[in-house]
Design a protein around this ligand. Structure first.
Ligand code: ACO
Length: 334
């Protein structure tokens, strides 16, 4: 399966409306032109119209069909500012501060989504992860029943014998530095749901540790074992097992030896890391040393899809992320 091809075709059918707050950023504009040409999504760019149009002219880009909104002057400022005050009154947000925050396209974009004026957002080509995520956490918040946003990757290998036809899913590799057992359980359940919804795979989730089924004793091992139990209660249908080491999760003979009888060991296709250090380093090791293609991070658990780019992203990365965001918006339960 060509995952990105499927995701793009699905996005074309969905025609969701994605807001791009970094509207005068050159890669974003190049991506917008291609997205509109290929009809992958409807796009709103945030920024100053004449600045955006001047860049497009200079670069020979056609942006016809894109909406351009200037957060400094838009008619919806009052509506959004009042919503912000209502949502953050327990944090002491004043109307003056709300207007000031709305000058920041990252807040403006999030409020468009909150108000139902856009289906999703992609940003991060020129903003750090924390700056993209914070407005989303504060105003869009998490899905009902979910307390933690996390970031998953589709890892795609040339060797089709790995995972499901050459694909593994890794999480959390992007957001939650030190999840407790309940948060880790949520990350596992949400990642399985995202993998199923976007890649149409039957998840087999391994909860990773440096121990397999009690081979080592440590509070970090207990955390993963506890998270496995909680996740199994949260979703009794889910094929999940842990704690287990990476080799037990992926290599059939090691799985049989270290976790006999496990339905996951040796054939896991979703790997849940015990914390962000392991997850972030782990996905980059596999990307750099095993040459895996990475698709993500796909942020999950948010009430509406908002995705973060790497500042080193390419035009193609932005196009792919817009298509993924549209897929998530189409499947509103993610
Ligand atoms: N899920 C949902 N809500 C969250 C989460 C989360 N994972 N983390 C924080 N929040 C909420 C808090 O509850 C709080 O809400 P409130 O204001 O309504 O009370 C709000 O967000 C701010 O919380 P803080 O604890 O102040 O969070 P802070 O803004 O300091 O940090 C952040 C949040 C930025 C996501 C932090 O966890 C972080 O920096 N994570 C690492 C991100 C990163 O750098 N990843 C690696 C790069 S990405 C890559 O390589 C692919």
């Amino acid at each position: 399966m060509d995952l990105l091809k499927t995701i793009k075709e699905n996005a074309v059918k969905l025609q969701n409306h994605i807001v791009l707050p970094e509207g005068s950023e050159i890669r974003t504009l190049k991506a917008t032109a291609k997205i509109l040409e290929d009809k992958i999504a409807r796009i709103t760019l945030l920024g100053n119209r004449s600045e955006i149009e001047a860049i497009a002219l200079k670069e020979g880009l056609s942006l016809s069909g894109a909406r351009i909104i200037d957060p400094f002057t838009d008619n919806n400022r009052q509506k959004y500012a009042e919503m912000m005050v209502e949502l953050r009154k327990n944090k002491g947000l004043t109307i003056e501060k709300a207007y000031e925050l709305l000058n920041d396209p990252l807040y403006f974009g999030v409020m468009m989504i909150k108000a139902g004026d856009a289906d999703g957002e992609v940003a991060g080509a020129i903003n750090a992860t924390g700056d993209v995520l914070r407005p989303a956490f504060q105003y869009v918040k998490t899905l009902p029943g979910v307390s933690v946003v996390s970031g998953m990757f589709f890892m795609i290998f040339k060797d089709k014998s790995i995972g499901d036809n050459g694909m593994l899913v890794f999480a959390d590799c992007a957001v939650m530095p030190d999840p407790d057992s309940l948060q880790l359980a949520e990350i596992a359940v949400t990642t399985a749901a995202t993998a199923k919804a976007i890649a149409n795979i039957e998840p087999r989730v391994a909860m990773l540790s440096f121990s397999t089924k009690g081979s080592a004793q440590h509070e970090l091992v207990d955390k993963v074992a506890e998270a496995t139990k909680i996740a199994a209660k949260m979703n009794p249908e889910l094929l999940i097992d842990g704690e287990m080491q990476l080799d037990a999760a992926l290599v059939p003979e090691v799985g049989r030896l270290k976790a006999p009888g496990s339905k996951v060991a040796g054939r896991a296709n979703v790997l849940v890391f015990p914390g962000l250090e392991a997850g972030n380093i782990g996905y980059k090791l596999v990307q750099r040393l095993a040459g895996a293609e990475t698709v993500g991070p796909v942020l999950q658990g948010m009430a509406a899809p908002i995705n973060d780019l790497s500042r080193g992203c390419s035009v193609n990365d932005i196009i792919n992320m817009v298509a993924i965001t549209s897929n998530q918006a189409g499947a509103k339960s993610l």
